[in-house]
Design a protein around this ligand. Structure first.
Ligand code: UD1
Ligand code: CA
Length: 459
């Protein structure tokens, strides 16, 4: 028999008053992407057939931000409680399947923690994720009788005795969808907050003879939600601590695991060393024997083996070939492809250019929309003038060319193989292969010339 349909409902309608922000809470970034996107990623990993995001606060900011993901958006115009929120998604759910409820502001729950809940629902029971807390204040308490979960009572509705219970509801649960539809249809808002509580379905399940199977997360941070910037910062640290730990376990040297930020995917080969203060964004792939100096930012970069990147380099949308040397203080922008053994030095910016093997540009240059031939040397201060104020133009430099310092290459223009350009030239026409081209004014000496002297003030 095939697995029943798995629908996942993500509650994301809340405002998050304590964030003190106009951005809906679930869109605040954790490790570089919206909180709710972490939850959506877990939902995909679980193999959800359908993912319903219940949104509300902030107009269509949530659906707009998440536009490129395969999701069903459901508007909860008024936030009348967690039960009411799940109700909004019911028309989209497959009633013969099972439904898992997650929260857009609880980003770090691991898939292995959610699996037992799904299994419980698939076997016709209700799976509930609970946790034991030192201080359960504010949470819904898990009321048990003879060891079995019988209901949940919200903190505000609880008696003194119930408030002593330390097992609390994380909010995350899974149930057979047909049952869920029935229970939610019968919810009342007769409680202190006048809300439709999702938690009231627990007692209904028990009354229907359905067993409530409580399971627990491996780590407490898996069920932590974000209600304030302090909690967001705390979960960011947890995330980064975990990311650093994974890198260390895989053999990467981190000079200080507390001082690295991974905001995306970082894949490292063997014997990679990363100094402090580096930030990795998007997808970064690093080969073997790569050394990254302090305070570098790499976003969507592929680094081959044996590369050394020195301090304070900012690299985006770039491929770097074997054994290349980058930095300190280098900047490469999208569309940059450096082949093997290329040197890009301090205060050099490269954009949308292919630099062939062995070429060097060590100081103070801008190379944009260019092809640089193998083994060419780009002197200090060389600039490709790629922009005429309206359009971008290309510069082509052949193999083994030597561009003198402080040359302006006014594109479109080409420099032939083994050509030499004299320092300080402004090159507006193609420079032929093998020849010296100089375009600066000839040096001249004026014999007997005297410096002006300061005029005496008249009396
Ligand atoms: C809820 C649980 C409580 C549990 C706690 C864990 C209920 C009634 N109570 O309480 O047992 O211990 O979570 O954190 O479920 N939301 C909507 N629409 C609504 C109401 C809420 O989308 O109408 C979303 C919120 O944005 C939030 C989540 O659901 O992400 C939880 O809502 P919240 O009001 O924070 O529930 P709690 O009172 O904390
Ligand atoms: Ca809450």
């Amino acid at each position: 028999m095939s697995q029943p349909t798995l629908d996942i409902v993500i509650l994301a309608a809340g405002k998050g008053t304590r964030m003190n922000s106009d951005l809906p809470k679930v869109l605040h970034p954790l490790a570089g992407k919206p909180l709710v996107s972490h939850v959506i990623a877990s939902a995909h990993e679980m193999g959800a057939d359908r993912i319903c995001v219940v949104y509300g606060f902030g107009g269509d900011a949530v659906p707009k931000t998440l536009a490129d993901e395969k999701l069903t958006f459901v508007l909860q115009a008024e936030q009348l409680g967690t039960g009411h929120a799940v109700q909004q998604a019911l028309p989209h759910l497959e009633k013969d399947g099972v439904t898992l409820v997650l929260y857009g502001d609880v980003p770090l729950t691991r898939v292995d923690t959610l699996k037992p809940l799904i299994a419980a629902a698939q076997s016709g029971n209700l799976g509930l994720l609970t946790v034991l807390l030192q201080d359960p204040t504010g949470y819904g308490r898990i009321v048990r009788a003879h060891g079995r979960v019988v209901r949940i009572v919200e903190h505000k509705d609880a008696t003194e005795a119930e408030r002593d219970i330390r097992e609390v509801n994380t909010g995350i649960l899974a149930a057979p969808t047909g049952k869920l539809i029935d229970w939610l249809g019968r919810l009342k808002n007769h409680n202190v907050q006048g809300e439709y509580y999702l938690t009231d379905i627990i007692a209904m399940a028990v009354a229907d003879g359905i067993e409530v199977l409580a399971s627990h997360p491996g780590e407490d941070w898996e069920v932590l939600g974000v209600n304030s910037k302090t909690q967001l910062a705390g979960l960011e640290r947890t995330y980064q601590h975990n990311a650093a730990r994974e890198l260390l376990d895989s053999g990467v040297t981190l000079i200080d695991p507390a001082r690295i930020d991974v905001r995306g995917e970082l894949l490292c080969g063997r014997d990679v060393s990363i100094d402090v203060g580096c930030i990795f964004e998007g997808r970064v792939e690093i080969g073997d024997n790569v050394n990254i100096g302090p305070y570098c930012v790499l976003k969507d970069v592929r680094v081959s083996s044996g590369v050394k990147i020195d301090a304070f380099s900012h690299l985006v949308g770039t491929e770097i070939g074997d054994d290349s040397r980058i930095g300190p203080f280098s900047r490469t922008r999208p569309g940059t492809r450096l082949e093997r053994d290329v040197h890009v030095g301090n205060f050099v910016e490269v954009k949308n250019s292919v630099v062939k093997a062995g070429a060097k540009m060590n100081h103070l240059s801008y190379i944009g929309d260019a092809d640089v031939g193998a083994k060419s040397n780009i002197g200090a201060g060389t600039i490709t003038c790629n922009y005429d104020g309206a359009n971008k133009h290309k510069t082509v430099i052949g193999e083994n060319a030597f561009i003198g310092s402080n040359t302006a290459l006014v594109a479109p223009v080409s420099v032939g193989d083994s050509a030499t350009i004299g320092a300080g030239s402004v090159v507006v026409k193609d420079a032929p292969a093998g020849e010296l081209t100089v375009s600066r004014a000839k040096q001249l000496t004026v014999p007997g010339w005297k410096r002006p002297v300061k005029k005496k003030r008249e009396e």
